[in-house]
Design a protein around this ligand. Structure first.
Ligand SMILES: [Zn+2]
Length: 341
């Protein structure tokens, strides 16, 4: 007997326990129909009639989220309410950083672990390079897999940058060009095509890194076996190529060496659909939610965009009991990811 069947038996069988049922905190939706109308009929005829009398606002919440959630999740999905703290707005793996989305202040001088880890399959240009822990763990897995596929000489040349370091890189870029005889204005414009202004680089949130290979120039990186391997496999470890060729249409340089950690399911979707992170987030804003399948075609991740309440915490729903994570999108919303069983 599964959890749901036993719950129904419990509700149906014990009239005297009605008072106790009212107090059940977890949301239970018995959606056994496909259309909204059928769903509503079903709901009224089933166990929620007791809830109806007691918690109208609760039902309005369900109404507003029901369209979204039942559009992609199977019938009979039980939901559980969660609370998202507003502090999450600037945290998580899906924080968008681009020329319009600034790095949140808390990242300016963060304390992340060193990319230099003994026994790694890669070497580092400096021991003073850093990455967020989850991204670092996945980097180890990814490069171990690349090594066992025969990739040699993997090198990491940059990771997390403080606000100060990003500023320094930008200033140095301008200086170099001025030294070559360019005007200050022209040098600034040229540098901005190659280096993000301080406060607008993905490197500043500790989720991005630059690869290279021994004795290979950045310019030749795209043609290496390592670059080809990454292109084919990085999504399995939650990494995406931030600036593919199409980035050039948006005035950003193609960077075959620059990878960004976003998490496993998201990386798969972004890779499969040839997207960039900003396009993925825009798509989530538009669609509201999606299901992402794993490699074998099984529904694995439920992903939902939730606009943040203007003040305080925001309520959302997940499939009951599922493991989930929440990330801000750096645009006033959250992206909820629940792992489906
Ligand atoms: Zn980079």
């Amino acid at each position: 007997m599964n959890r749901r069947t036993s719950k129904i038996l419990m509700v149906g069988g014990i009239f005297i326990a009605a008072a106790a049922v009212i107090t059940i905190a977890v949301v239970l939706i018995t959606n056994s129909a496909l259309s909204k109308a059928q769903y509503n009929d079903n709901r009224i005829n089933s166990s929620s009639s007791i809830l109806n009398q007691n918690n109208d606002s609760f039902h309005q919440d369900i109404q507003s989220q029901e369209d979204i959630i039942t559009s992609v999740l199977p019938a009979n999905t039980e939901l559980e309410e969660i609370t998202i703290k507003s502090s999450m707005l600037t945290k998580g793996n899906l924080i968008l950083i681009d020329k319009d989305c600034k790095v949140p202040e808390e990242y300016a001088d963060a304390d992340y672990p060193s990319i230099y880890v003994k026994g790694s399959s890669y070497v580092v240009r400096s021991t003073e390079m850093y990455l967020q822990q989850e991204a670092l763990d996945k980097l180890q897995e990814m490069t171990d897999a690349a090594a066992s596929d025969g990739i040699e000489g993997m090198l990491i040349v940059d990771g997390y940058r403080t606000q100060e370091k990003q500023q320094r890189l930008f200033d140095e870029g301008i200086e170099d060009l001025v030294d070559q005889g360019m005007s200050e204005e022209e040098a600034t414009e040229k540098t901005a095509q190659r280096v993000a202004k301080a406060g607008y680089s993905e490197h500043q949130i500790g989720l991005a890194l630059d690869f290279d290979l021994h004795k290979i120039n950045y310019d030749d990186f795209a043609d290496t076996d390592f670059a080809k391997w990454l292109d084919k496999n990085s999504w399995k470890y939650g990494y995406i190529l931030s600036y593919p060729k199409k980035a050039e249409d948006m005035g950003v340089m193609y960077e075959p060496w620059h990878f960004r950690y976003v998490g496993e399911g998201h990386a798969k979707y972004i890779h499969d659909n040839g997207m960039m992170l900003n396009e993925y987030i825009e798509m989530l804003h538009e669609k509201g939610n999606i299901i992402i399948q794993d490699e074998d075609g099984n529904n694995k991740w439920y992903v939902q965009y939730i606009k943040a309440e203007e003040k305080g915490d925001t309520k959302a729903y997940i499939p009951k009991g599922s493991e989930y994570t929440v990330s801000g999108d750096n645009m006033g919303g959250y992206i909820l990811t629940a792992v489906l069983e």
